[in-house]
Write a protein that binds this ligand. Sequence first.
Ligand code: ATP
Ligand code: MG
Length: 418
Amino acid sequence: MTFQAPKGTFDWMPPRSERALAVRDALAGPVRRAGYGYIETPAFEDTGLFSRGVGESTDIVTKEMYTFLDKGGRSITLRPEGTASVMRAVIEHGLPGGPLPVKLWYSGSYYRYERAQKGRYRHFSQVGAEVIGAEDPALDAELIVLAMDGYAALGLTGVRLLLNSLGCAQCRPAYRSALQDFLRGLDLDEQTRQRIEINPLRVLDDKRPEVQAQLAGAPLVTDHLCAACKAYHEEVRALLTGSGVAFEDDPRLVRGLDYYTRTTFEFLHDGLGAQSAVGGGGRYDGLSEMIGGPPLPSVGWALGVDRTVLAMEAEGLFEAVPTTVEVFGVPLGEEARRVIFGLVADLRRAGISADMAFGGRGVKGAMKAADRSGARFALILGDRDLASGAVQLKELSTAEQTAVPLAEVVDTLKGKLS
Ligand code: ATP
Ligand code: MG
């Protein structure tokens, strides 16, 4: 009997897996340089954290959660997103009693029972960042700029930023009922009708064309913002413009989660087909209280690692095959093997990536392995070299070969590779 990765999941295998690592590092770089601290939370939580924190009327909670009873009879859910867990941890560790805001970033695996297709998986990775406990348009703008810097660091040129404001506890209720009045007059299925009553903004996010067609005349949230929300939104826009970040106002942009207020945004890439969102986020001033914490206005984003890799592939940014090691050792004989083994260890300690032929292969097999490794240099050691205390250093692209005394190998290679 053989097994395959479960439906909707896949393995990151070398050499393509290097792309996932590169994307994760690059997306995390700007927030780390901005002083955000690293947080790691469990891959599973009490189910209630997500049903309350993400929202009972969201697709995630109604359809997509991996929920099970553990052997102690607790209802556990594999995390479908990161924000609720980060907020839980911040409250649990008493951070709201200290200096605010708390700025955190994270990276990990998330799980959603979705209709599997390209760019939409049941197990996927995100890099996320959250600023908890402060309301300041400069924080919303900072996060957006840091995300755009991450995409730019990867060389991506096709990422578009959509921006909206969803209003606040003051102005959202009036908009909500205006929207409900409009939606109740449409021809919609029973489930969507129910959604109108629970969370009408989510109906705007319905991806079905027959629904979208009817939404053309829907009231826009931006026409209903209170003065404070309007001023806040204008300030976010001004700060983005001042930082050279282009954006498109999208008054229909709502997000999949219930807890968003004011600023919402999404990063799109047009090379991805239907699954075009490479990241998204916004302000979630009500989340902390929804999960039993103190009032903690907050803002954050999550960027999809898998889709960002796809976006880079769509832009042809990964054409150069990554070199796995710089130096490859080819020992000819038992004694040579021991010497090369020690040399390779020394090279690695000196910060040079190195590998060697294993498994007692002959010269031909070992040289083939050297070529396959992508190394720039081979270190070839035979009996005659051993006797003279030197090793043959071969530049694989030119086949140029020189003898280097064993004691000088590390320094010689350091010089050539710097
Ligand atoms: P979508 O509208 O595509 O379902 P979402 O609003 O559910 O996205 P978020 O919860 O905001 O997505 O997650 C942030 C990012 O994580 C998305 O923009 C996307 O890049 C990535 N992401 C979300 N769900 C998946 C998935 N099932 N597979 C791969 N990446 C995903
Ligand atoms: Mg989704």
